[in-house]
Design a protein around this ligand. Structure first.
Ligand SMILES: CCCCCCCCCC/C=C\CCCCC/C=C/C(=O)SCCNC(=O)CCNC(=O)[C@H](O)C(C)(C)COP(=O)(O)OP(=O)(O)OC[C@H]1O[C@@H](n2cnc3c(N)ncnc32)[C@H](O)[C@@H]1OP(=O)(O)O
Ligand code: FAD
Length: 661
């Protein structure tokens, strides 16, 4: 049963919902991990919809940037008062969810507070530091951000220029931005809202640079909100999207903070200027790993937003004819439309499934690290580096296809897809530019192959064990596991090809860095294939674990769309393995899978259970009553407040008058 059916809905959409073969609440439970979690999302949406002061004052596309920031702040403040009665305050998921529900995806002054400011205090601060700041931050007595990137440096953290020099005599660190390129640039909420920040600066003790470390830094006076002396701070200006957030710049001039403001759970500076190393050199980067580990699920949901809009709209949009010339068909019936949208539905499910898995892996790693075991850090760094890169890229592609699938109306801000696209593709850049992160994973793949070459295959972790296999024939009595083998073949041969290229260049006398650079396109290809293999195998495992048979059946259908599409998409890498007859077979299986999934397409996107409030799309409305609401939306555009604008009276009219003969 599809739980979205209501009286007064567009009959085309109701027809789609009636053709679904499964219960959308049960599917939501599988998507979000449990019936309880899915149920909590519905309860929160429902509760929020009944609170008038949390509703949008006008559609976001009609707001200026200043209005967006004001609206985000207004709602954040109301939420802070109401949160205790609405959500479990200890749940990060519920906190994120309610903010997205109420404020949306365009960012807001507290967007970074929960995800990048509080976690480093909680994981890298000592017990005393947590006692001092955590409660204040959680109550939102202070608003924080995360200032790492600089005007001249982002990807390469080793080149950061901001310094924190220890002054033994005063027991203080002195922060400085020695050059224009050392200004912090980009941190969200820094521009106008935050009064505190985690600042990443090079720790200098006794003239020795110990590299980037995190510091708690007060930026603005807690009473007046004016920048404190020694601080230069402001907003960096409008962005491609995400304009509800005030990304900012920040400079320091001999700005002093107490020694106790360096986050010292792992690295320490003692009062006499001694430096105690962390248990793992990159432990200070763990805040980034945390955010990356959450990005697959987050991005999967961005894709889910765009697909909810495009699939629902495709079910009410009629254009052209198939056999029956008496009525135009739903565009969702065209194979091209299905090919454009259904593999993306499968990807959205796959990203969310493997996203929740990486969140679980991170949480486990955190426990291990707190217990002094850092051995899992390299694996998770490699995995999340690849995953954030592949998922953000494919999400961007999927959202853009969703926009095009909506024809002209997809281009209107009424669809809201352009905003979803703009926000989502920010993910290709933030938390590590995609190419840079793919190359981090490639280091791990190359090292794994070198282990095989050195006869140490048995030391390989489970995620890279396939690199040592030797599959050269596939029995195409195709089930998911055979597809997995095809993908393993592709990922393995590309990883070996890239590694051998790198090694050959090295053996020719080239420096390690030059050889790496000249092999880097091949290396990034290897990283993508490895990651896509991981996504596919997680999807297969997840579907295998589903108990409800009706849900399992439709997820198997979706998995078939995924595996056939993915293998067709990497055809060039499997030419040595699959014959052209086998490729034809897979292609036909894909077409059959598209037909099989067709009756469930609307129910599959309904199962994401994204409310109208959160979706903010006229095209994607749950009730499917698009045309009358598009007309209402257009009429409410501020340009239509007057019939004759100043642009006409001041310029166009005089121009036309002058042009009259
Ligand atoms: C109120 C609630 C609201 C909540 C809102 C949520 C809303 C959700 C919707 C969100 C929508 C929009 C939000 C937008 C938010 C945007 C926030 C963005 C923030 C940022 O971008 S912060 C800045 C991020 N910056 C980066 O990521 C920089 C990338 N660069 C690096 O990480 C590093 O420089 C590097 C890893 C590329 C290289 O580091 P380097 O020190 O030079 O090391 P290498 O020499 O390359 O490698 C040496 C070895 O170290 C290993 N290594 C590297 N990193 C790690 C690690 N993290 N862990 C373990 N090991 C690591 C590396 O593998 C090498 O190992 P090897 O020698 O090969 O064995
Ligand atoms: C929406 C948004 C929000 C952000 N929020 C924050 C925040 O809250 N806090 C914060 O500190 N930062 C934030 N950032 C900054 C972000 O983390 C950086 O922009 C990001 O890490 C990329 O760094 P960069 O801008 O220096 O890119 P660059 O490194 O200059 O990238 C430019 C090009 O160079 C290539 N390149 C760079 N190095 C290499 C290499 N070694 N090998 C091959 N190619 C390379 C890249 O692939 C890319 O094509 C945000 C950015 C955005 C877009």
């Amino acid at each position: 049963m599809n739980q979205s059916i209501k009286p007064g809905d567009n009959p085309d959409l109701t027809e789609e919902r009636l053709s679904g073969t499964f219960d959308t609440n049960s599917m939501a439970a599988v998507i979000y991990g449990s019936d309880k979690l899915a149920q909590r999302r519905r309860e929160i949406s429902e509760a929020v919809s009944r609170i008038p002061e949390l509703q949008d004052s006008k559609p976001c596309p009609f707001m200026t940037r200043e209005e967006k920031i004001l609206e985000g702040s207004r709602k954040s403040a109301i939420l802070n008062r109401l949160l205790p009665g609405l959500i479990d305050l200890d749940s990060f998921e519920e906190t994120v969810f309610i903010h997205q529900e109420v404020i949306g995806i365009e960012g807001h002054p507290l967007a970074l507070h929960e995800s990048l400011f509080i976690p480093p205090i909680a994981t890298q601060g000592t017990d005393e530091q947590q006692k001092k700041w955590l409660g204040r931050a959680q109550r939102r007595e202070i608003i924080g951000c995360y200032a790492q990137t600089e005007l001249g440096h982002g990807s390469n953290l080793r080149a950061l220029e901001t310094t924190a020099t220890f002054d033994i005599s005063s027991q203080e660190f002195i922060l400085n931005s020695p050059t224009i390129t050392s200004l912090k640039w980009w941190p969200g909420a820094l521009g106008k809202s935050a009064n505190w920040s985690i600042v990443i600066a090079n720790l200098i003790v006794h003239d020795k640079n110990h590299g980037p470390h995190p510091f708690m830094v007060q930026l603005r006076d807690e009473k007046s909100h004016e920048p404190l002396p020694g601080i230069t701070v402001g907003d960096i200006g409008p962005k491609m999207a995400f304009n509800g957030a005030d990304n900012g710049f920040l400079g320091f001039e001999n700005y002093r903070i107490p020694r106790e403001n360096m986050l010292m759970r792992h690295s320490k500076v003692t009062p006499d200027g001694g430096y105690i190393r962390p248990p793992h050199a990159k432990i200070g980067y763990s805040g980034m790993v945390r955010v990356r580990s959450r990005m697959a699920a987050e991005q999967g949901l961005f894709l889910a937003h765009a697909l909810t809009i495009a699939v629902r709209y495709s079910a009410i949009r009629r254009q052209g004819y198939l056999e029956d010339r008496s009525r135009e068909v739903k565009v969702l019936d065209y194979q091209t439309q299905q090919h454009r949208l259904f593999p993306s539905i499968a990807r959205a499910y796959a990203f969310i499934f493997c996203g929740f898995e990486t969140i679980r892996l991170y949480d486990q790693l955190l426990i291990d690290v707190q217990n002094g075991n850092t051995s899992g850090m390299a694996d998770l760094h490699a995995l999340t580096s690849g995953l954030k890169s592949v998922v953000t890229h494919q999400t961007g592609e999927g959202i853009e296809q969703a926009r095009m699938a909506c024809g002209g109306h997809g281009y209107s801000m009424a669809s809201y897809i352009s905003e979803i696209y703009g926000v989502a593709i920010g993910g290709c850049t933030y938390e590590g530019e995609n190419m840079v992160m793919l190359l981090q994973l490639a280091r791990y793949l190359v090292k794994s192959i070198e282990m095989i070459q050195n006869g140490k295959s048995k030391n390989l972790g489970p995620m890279v064990a396939y690199l040592a296999a030797n599959e050269s024939e596939i029995d195409l009595n195709l089930g998911p596991n055979e597809y997995l083998k095809v993908f393993q073949y592709a990922a393995r041969s590309q990883a070996w090809r890239a590694t051998e290229k790198f090694q050959k260049l090295r053996n020719s006398g080239m420096s390690k860095e030059q050889a790496w650079n000249q092999a880097s396109v091949e290396l990034t290809r290897a990283s993508r294939l490895h990651t896509r293999l991981y996504i596919m195998s997680t999807f297969i495992n997840h579907v295998g674990s589903v108990v409800d048979q009706k849900i399992k059946k439709v997820l198997i259908d979706l998995l078939n769309v995924h595996i056939t599409y993915e293998v067709m998409d990497i055809g060039i890498y499997v030419q040595g393995l699959l014959s052209s007859d086998q490729m034809d077979l897979i292609r036909n299986q894909l077409y059959v899978s598209l037909e099989t999934i067709r009756p469930n397409a609307v129910s599959l996107v309904d199962s994401f259970q994204i409310s109208d409030m959160q979706l903010r799309s006229v095209l994607g409305r749950r009730d499917g009553n698009v045309y009358e609401n598009l007309f209402k939306w257009a009429k409410s555009c501020p340009l239509n407040d007057k019939d004759v604008l100043e642009s006409v009276t001041k310029y166009l009219k005089p121009m036309m008058d002058k042009s009259k003969l």
